[in-house]
Every structure is written in structure tokens, then in C-alpha cells.
Write a protein that binds this ligand. Structure first.
Ligand code: PMP
Length: 449
């Protein structure tokens, strides 16, 4: 592949982006006076243009920028809006809740309904709520350390679980290291964490065998280095090994909820000790959750029963507020329903088949993979088996080039990698428009090759 020609195509797309978006550019320049890098949250610099698009509004599976361009949104706020933006079935009633109290640090009946429904979906009988998936994971790790009396956590190379200190480790040349970019860790994460490759049960056993690991924290399929599926028997192996060595199994279903109403836990019949959730659970209103097995919940409740529930390092003033819980109840009852997931998955299959036909038609050494309503293309010929292989399949030029090419023509993909998510508001026409543009982009890339 002629990289310099591709580089030139990328420059042309950058120039096109700048011409198309004068208002976003002006806002970004103004923002730089009072926000580092001109953004309110650092990840927003990770979109492919020289500056981010500024949003004017978002609805259904569409977003509109301040220059008036409308985009088909397959990023959906990196899963926060998997429900579609501001779903009518939720926001109508939420408006009433807006006028009836936003936060009071008192429980509401909605919380019980959400816990009952999550029990029905995931099988775990006890639930608690946070403001983010990050905080659900952070708390799950505290609980695991408290109950096991062990200091360490095991994660997989290429994982992401939010801004959880213990999970910021990676393998470099097979050697565990603090993850690149890890800003000011409280302690060297190698003191708190072991890291091994996904789909390697031998390495997992070796890490668990010394008996110092409180929890294995993992997604049931990796989704943050591209989608990396578990090999047959891998998840069962994790369950058997964690039981054998007295380690709690925490499944982070924040993204893998795309596999269905009860995430992978229900779809694959898994039996974790703790499940964590967040992002789309309340249609984008901040909410995280962690579900506990009866055994874990009973031991946890015993610890929390004393006078120190507010200084345990668990919970928060705004967590489990009535607004977020009302939003979650409405989301589960009306938006992320069984029927919606069936529709979303059918569209994701259509998306996958469209991309696959382009890749095959052009004979490109790429592949596309899917987990329920989530689809991802990677620049390697076969599905990755672990985080290292998936990372090798990311391309520092092709990734942003395809993103930008699509963005300049009205399609938004998830930044960081080539991931697309289907919402209940996504349509066949939207999926087909992506396929059409992907085919165009692949043509431009193939010509430059
Ligand atoms: N878990 C997973 C699997 C995630 O992908 C993310 C965010 N990308 C999180 C947890 C953290 O979510 P949040 O940033 O909303 O806390």
C-alpha cells in the first residue's frame, strides 16, 4: 500500500473538513482560551478532524452540528446513546420528573423496579447504583478485595473498564506495564494488577494460582480494541478457574449489553459473581449499576451494616438519584426491550453483511466482526484472538482516514476504532448509506494502494 498517497487523501479530507465546518472551528478556537485543547473532556480530541464538531442537537440515530450538517450516528456517544438520542418514550415522562425533584438522597420505588428488572435479565438478585460504569467497576473491585482479603486484580491486555486505576495496565512485548498515557497513577499499577492475554486460560491459571487475586475483571467479549470474541470454552474456563482459586468473577457488561437484553450473561448463560453496567442503562442520563450474587450481597451487606456506610469508599451523593432511576426504569420498560434488541441485531447483521461484501469484492485483507447490535471492522484478514492481535489490526492512518471520509459525507463512527452501534432508531436506509460510503472509501483506499 502506498502510504504517501493515502496520506495525501487524508490531507484532502482534512481540508474538506475545515471548509465544511467554519462554525465548529470558531467555537473550538474560542474554547481554547478556557479549556485545555478546546474541549470540555479530553477524549473529544480523538475524533479524526483537526478540531471536533460542535453539536447543536441529537435525536434518534442522528446528530446535527453547529454548521447545520446532519449525521447518521453509529457512534451513539460511544454507547451512552445506544437507546437512540432522547428516546421519546423516556423523555416525555422524564420531563415530569424534572419538576418533581432531582436528588434527595432518599430511595424511590423506581429503584426497586430497576433492580427487579435487572435481576430478571441478568439473574443476579441484588443491585446497587452509581453515576457511571467506571464507578460501578471501581466499587466492584473494592467489594472483591474486602470480601476476599486479597490485594490484586487480574485483567486482560487491551481491556478498558473506565478510569479505574487498577485496569490501566497492558502488555508490551509480553511484559506487564503501566498503560501508555496513564496520567499520575496513585501507585504503580503493577502493584495492584496482573495482566494476561485474552483467550489464554493457561496464563489466567498461572496468575490466579498464587491465591492473591481478589477479582478477575473482564468484559465477556473485548470491545475496546475492536471486538474480540471468547474462544469456545474460554468463558467457562474463567468461571471454573476463578472458583478453583477463590477469585470473584466480575463481568463488565457496559458495552456487551449490545448482545441482548441481559447482555452476554444471559445470552451465553454465564454465572458471574458481579456484573457491572452503565452508559445506555438510563438512555444517557448518568447511571451505573452493579449486580451481586446472593453470597456476595450478603457478605457485603454485613460489612456495610455498621456506622460507616458513608465512609466505606462506596457510593456518592448523587448516585441512585430519582431522576436517573426514573430514566432507567423507562429505558428498560420501553426502549431496550426484547423486541428492540431483535430489530437492532437484524440491522447489525445487515451492516456486517454490507461491509463484508465490500471487503470481499475488493479483496481487501480486512474483516468485520459483530456482537449483537455492535459491529466493528479491523484491518487484518482474520478475527483477532487477543488484545495484541487486535491492536496490530488498528492502523494509525486507515482508521482516521475512513472515519473522516465518512464524517465528511454525513456518517459518524465511534472514535478510537471502527465501531458502529445500532439503536432502536436506526433504519435499513441508514445502514445501507453506511455500506455505500464504506464502499466508496474502500475504493479510494484500494486505488491509492
Ligand atoms: N466499561 C467499559 C467496557 C467501557 O467501555 C467503558 C467506557 N468506554 C466503561 C466501563 C466506563 O464507562 P464510563 O466512562 O461511562 O464510566
Amino acid at each position: 500500500m502506498d502510504r504517501s498517497r493515502l496520506e495525501r487523501v487524508f490531507q484532502e479530507e482534512q481540508a474538506r473538513f475545515v471548509l465544511r465546518n467554519p462554525r465548529s472551528r470558531a467555537l473550538w478556537e474560542r474554547a481554547r482560551a478556557h479549556m485545555p485543547a478546546g474541549v470540555p473532556m479530553p477524549w473529544m480530541t480523538r475524533y479524526p478532524g483537526p478540531f471536533p464538531l460542535f453539536l447543536s442537537r441529537a435525536w434518534g440515530a442522528r446528530v446535527q452540528d453547529v454548521d447545520g450538517h446532519t449525521y447518521l450516528d453509529f457512534a451513539l456517544g460511544d454507547t451512552g446513546a445506544m437507546t437512540g438520542h432522547s428516546p421519546e418514550a423516556v423523555v416525555g415522562e422524564l420531563q415530569a420528573q424534572l419538576a418533581q425533584g432531582l436528588t434527595a438522597m432518599l430511595p424511590t420505588e423506581d429503584g426497586i423496579k430497576v433492580a427487579e428488572e435487572l435481576h430478571r435479565r441478568f439473574g443476579l438478585p441484588f443491585w446497587q447504583f452509581t453515576l457511571s460504569a467506571t464507578d460501578a467497576n471501581r466499587t466492584a473491585l473494592r467489594i472483591a478485595r474486602a470480601l476476599t482479603g486479597r490485594p490484586k486484580v487480574l485483567v486482560f491486555h487491551g481491556c478498558y473498564h473506565g478510569t479505574v486505576d487498577e485496569a490501566f495496565v497492558a502488555l508490551e512485548g509480553g511484559v506487564p506495564r503501566s498503560r501508555r498515557g496513564n496520567l499520575g497513577p496513585p501507585v504503580d499499577p503493577l502493584l495492584t494488577t496482573k495482566v494476561v492475554e485474552w483467550n489464554d486460560l493457561e496464563a489466567v491459571e498461572e496468575a490466579l494460582a498464587p491465591g492473591d487475586v481478589a477479582a478477575l475483571l473482564t468484559e465477556p467479549a473485548l470491545t475496546n480494541v475492536g471486538i474480540v470474541h471468547p474462544a469456545p470454552g474460554f468463558l467457562e474456563g474463567l468461571r471454573a478457574l476463578t472458583r478453583r482459586y477463590g477469585t470473584l468473577l466480575i463481568l463488565d457488561e457496559t458495552h456487551t449489553l449490545s448482545a441482548g437484553p441481559g447482555g452476554c450473561t444471559r445470552r451465553f448463560g454465564l454465572d458471574p459473581d458481579i456484573v457491572t453496567l452503565g452508559k445506555a442503562l438510563a438512555s444517557g442520563v448518568p447511571l451505573g449499576a452493579y449486580g451481586l450474587s446472593r453470597e456476595v450481597a450478603e457478605a457485603y451487606a454485613e460489612r456495610m451494616a455498621g456506622p460507616h456506610a458513608d465512609t466505606a469508599g462506596v457510593g456518592g451523593t448523587l448516585a441512585a438519584n430519582p431522576f436517573s432511576l426514573r430514566a432507567a426504569r423507562l429505558t428498560l420498560e420501553r426502549v431496550l426491550t426484547e423486541e428492540a434488541f431483535a430489530r437492532m441485531e437484524a440491522l447489525a447483521v445487515r451492516f456486517q453483511e454490507g461491509v463484508e461484501s465490500v471487503i470481499r469484492g475488493r479483496g481487501l485483507p480486512w474483516h468485520v466482526t459483530r456482537l449483537g447490535a455492535r459491529v466493528e471492522y479491523l484491518f487484518r484478514p482474520t478475527p483477532a484472538r487477543n488484545g495484541s492481535q487486535a491492536l496490530e489490526g488498528q492502523d494509525p492512518l486507515l482508521d482516521p482516514l475512513i472515519h473522516l471520509y465518512l464524517l465528511n459525507r454525513g456518517v459518524l463512527l465511534t472514535p478510537f476504532h471502527n465501531m458502529a452501534l445500532i439503536s432502536p432508531a436506526t433504519t435499513e436506509e441508514m445502514v445501507d448509506r453506511h455500506t455505500e460510503l464504506f464502499a466508496e472509501a474502500a475504493g479510494v483506499i484500494a486505488e491509492a494502494a
